[in-house]
Design a protein around this ligand. Structure first.
Ligand code: CA
Ligand code: CA
Length: 142
């Protein structure tokens, strides 16, 4: 197990996930790696499957995948999200994250990404009364 971020940074991100999920039935996960070889989006899809993220009731899970040293990241949403929004859905989030990353603010960029995804999910998938935390908020690393 490699540590991409230290425990404090990971907790900051996990807190942001928890906060964001209070607004939506959607589920957000963050996966970090040092490197990615090949297509980052294809790799994100694999992680999405491995984390069982396709099992949410409303098909509204979002994976934020970041390969820190390769300087690549991907946002991947499940089918329920694609049914409701177009391809431009993630552009704003990508821009916000990129801005932070370019300034060397890795954790801040991921937190901003989580928060922005959370707001977008909340607009389309408001939280329900008996919401369940369907996917762990833990940041995974490889
Ligand atoms: Ca939930
Ligand atoms: Ca969750």
């Amino acid at each position: 197990m490699v540590n991409v971020l230290d425990a404090t940074a990971k907790k900051t991100i996990e807190d942001a996930i928890r906060r964001s999920e209070r607004l939506t039935s959607g589920e957000i996960r963050v996966h970090l790696q040092h490197y990615v070889i090949g297509d980052v989006f294809e790799h994100a899809k694999k992680i999405f499957r491995q984390l069982g993220m396709g099992r949410t009731k409303e098909k509204n899970a979002v994976l934020i995948f970041v390969a820190v040293k390769t300087h690549k990241f991907a946002l991947l949403g499940d089918g329920g999200i694609h049914e409701r929004v177009g391809d431009g859905f993630w552009q704003e989030t990508r821009d916000i994250m990129l801005q932070c990353f370019r300034n060397g603010k890795l954790t801040e960029g991921i937190v901003a990404g989580v928060e922005n995804v959370g707001l977008k999910l909340a607009a389309h998938f408001p939280r329900k009364v008996h919401d369940q935390d369907e996917l762990s908020n833990e940041v995974t690393e490889r």
